[in-house]
Design a protein around this ligand. Structure first.
Ligand SMILES: [Zn+2]
Length: 79
């Protein structure tokens, strides 16, 4: 179920408040598309999304999800 832009913004805000806290897989997957778009666009990753980056470095399952998503987004760019 995709989140609305508002829900994503709210989640990023919440995550950025708990910067040193681990996020859950659920939160990571909710934000990973946002994270991937920033990375692919070569933009600075917002503070709240650093938790996603950290989660991806420790969670293989979410990293697989991220890599699949990144491949999809890159493919879309090529088209
Ligand atoms: Zn995870």
């Amino acid at each position: 179920m995709p989140l609305s832009k508002h829900e994503i913004d709210e989640l990023i805000r919440l995550v950025s408040l708990t910067r040193d806290a681990e996020i859950t897989c659920e939160q990571c997957l909710a934000l990973v598309a946002e994270f991937a778009e920033h990375v692919l666009a070569g933009q600075t990753v917002p503070q709240g999304l650093e938790a996603v980056e950290h989660h991806l470095s420790v969670c293989g399952e979410c990293r697989e999800e991220y890599e699949a998503l990144q491949a999809t987004l890159q493919h879309m760019d090529d088209a």
